[in-house]
Ligand binder design. Structure first.
Ligand SMILES: Cc1cc2nc3c(=O)[nH]c(=O)nc-3n(C[C@H](O)[C@H](O)[C@H](O)COP(=O)(O)OP(=O)(O)OC[C@H]3O[C@@H](n4cnc5c(N)ncnc54)[C@H](O)[C@@H]3O)c2cc1C
Length: 386
């Protein structure tokens, strides 16, 4: 076993750390306060090669391995989960799906524009009546002479208001259940594609989240990703990458909580000494360090398996479950260490606390990750009670 990063991976990590500190951290508080989806920052992410890190260079990506991608996402996640969401959605949910399931023509058409940031993409799986039970989605795809027409609605779609291309999952034949599902590459520049911003979120204020009405949305004959019946597999394979990305981002939150808490605890004095000298404070810091390290190792294991091309759905779910729950606990603990000062946005821990809450919900809730882990270990599918 070798826990050392290569020289290249270390350089990638340091570069991502510098970029995060110089470009992201500076803007986070104002962007969150103003609910500002920062397109200028998106362009900077693209220029760094962070919107298609795992996409091969022949399609315009950076051609990096998954461990390197995880290192980048960890740093960006430490800076701002709203920005990390852009990277995760664009790279993992959209690019990885096109890379795995697309024809050569589709890959050459979409990937360079997505990697360069010229286009943003979104991933339209969830619907008002279909969340954890994704296969029950109701958006309907009907054949036409020239392709397909889509009708239905999507809910909670990150970047839905800004995307130029949307991966829309739809049912081609309700009688076929999940075998009728298909994934379509939808041009959002048409009247029937109607996104609407979801307001009043608890966190991720600087992230764009949309509900989308689909009214007679046209899709060309060649704009299906995979075949009819592949829809569910396309979604699950994209989520294998997306969950890894969320987990890596949460390692960043854990690490950020440690950094901020150590900084604050060594500066803040009570009872005539720095609060860092109190054992109860050190106990909280030790708990966070433990959670950060354990989460990072689980992410690295999942990344290692991805890079080897070995099965990793189980290990990715374990990393996602552990890192997201750990990041929530760290954010809570970090506020405790900051006392009243942690309750306002002068310190990043306040934003960590609000932003982290969604990570145990999206890309499969913690309960869904446990069902995946339980199924893998017992061989029994407990998604639906017997
Ligand atoms: C900010 C944000 C961004 C998002 N971005 C996207 C996106 O870009 N694209 C996209 O497609 N979706 C996106 N989502 C949707 C997200 O993936 C769903 O919210 C998530 O899958 C859960 O679905 P749900 O909200 O319908 O909850 P439900 O499925 O209704 O779950 C409610 C509760 O029931 C539990 N539950 C459900 N089924 C079971 C079971 N079999 N056994 C035990 N417990 C169960 C769940 O764990 C949860 O606790 C986003 C959500 C948010 C909040």
């Amino acid at each position: 076993m070798d826990f050392d990063l290569t020289d290249e991976q270390q350089l990638i990590r340091e570069t991502a750390r510098d970029f995060t500190d110089k470009e992201i951290v500076e803007r986070s508080r104002e962007n969150a306060r103003n609910h500002h989806f920062d397109l200028e920052l998106v362009r900077k992410l693209a220029a760094q090669g962070y919107l298609g890190a795992i996409v091969p260079q022949e399609y315009g990506g950076a051609g990096l391995d998954y461990v390197s991608y995880g290192l980048i996402v960890e740093e960006i996640g430490r800076g701002d989960s709203a920005v990390r969401t852009v990277v995760s959605v664009q790279t993992s949910l959209v690019c990885s799906a096109i890379l795995k399931w697309g024809t050569e023509e589709q890959k050459h058409h979409y990937l360079p524009k997505l990697c360069s940031g010229e286009w943003l993409g979104c991933f339209g799986l969830t619907e008002p009546e279909s969340g954890s039970d994704a296969a029950s989605l109701r958006t309907r795809a009907t054949r036409t002479d020239s392709g397909w027409v889509l009708n239905g609605s999507k809910m909670w779609i990150s970047m839905g208001n800004h995307a130029k291309v949307a991966l829309i999952f739809a049912q081609t034949d309700p009688e076929l259940a999940h075998r009728g599902l298909a994934c379509f590459l939808v041009d959002t520049d048409q009247e029937g594609f109607q996104p609407q911003e979801i307001e009043h979120k608890m966190g991720l204020q600087a992230s764009d989240t949309a509900s989308i009405a689909l009214e007679d949305v046209h899709v060309g004959e060649g704009d299906m990703l995979g075949e009819i019946g592949d829809g569910f597999k396309v979604a699950m394979s994209a989520l294998d990458s997306g969950r890894y990305s969320v987990a890596a981002g949460c390692v960043g939150i854990c690490a950020g909580c440690v950094d901020e808490s150590v900084r604050y605890a060594t500066e803040r004095e009570q009872f005539g000494r720095p609060i860092a000298s109190f054992q109860l404070i050190q106990s909280m810091i030790a708990d966070m360090v433990l959670k950060a390290d354990a989460s990072r190792l689980l992410v690295w294991r999942a990344g290692f398996l991805k890079d080897k091309g070995r099965p990793n759905t189980l290990e990715t779910s374990i990393a996602k479950l552990h890192a997201t729950e750990a990041a929530q606990e760290c954010a809570n603990t970090a506020i405790q260490i900051h006392g009243g000062a942690g309750y306002v946005d002068d310190h990043p821990v306040e934003r960590y606390f609000r932003d982290v809450r969604v990570t145990t919900l999206y890309e499969g809730t913690s309960q869904i990750q446990k069902l995946i882990i339980g199924r893998a270990k017992t061989g029994i599918n407990a998604f639906v009670p017997a």
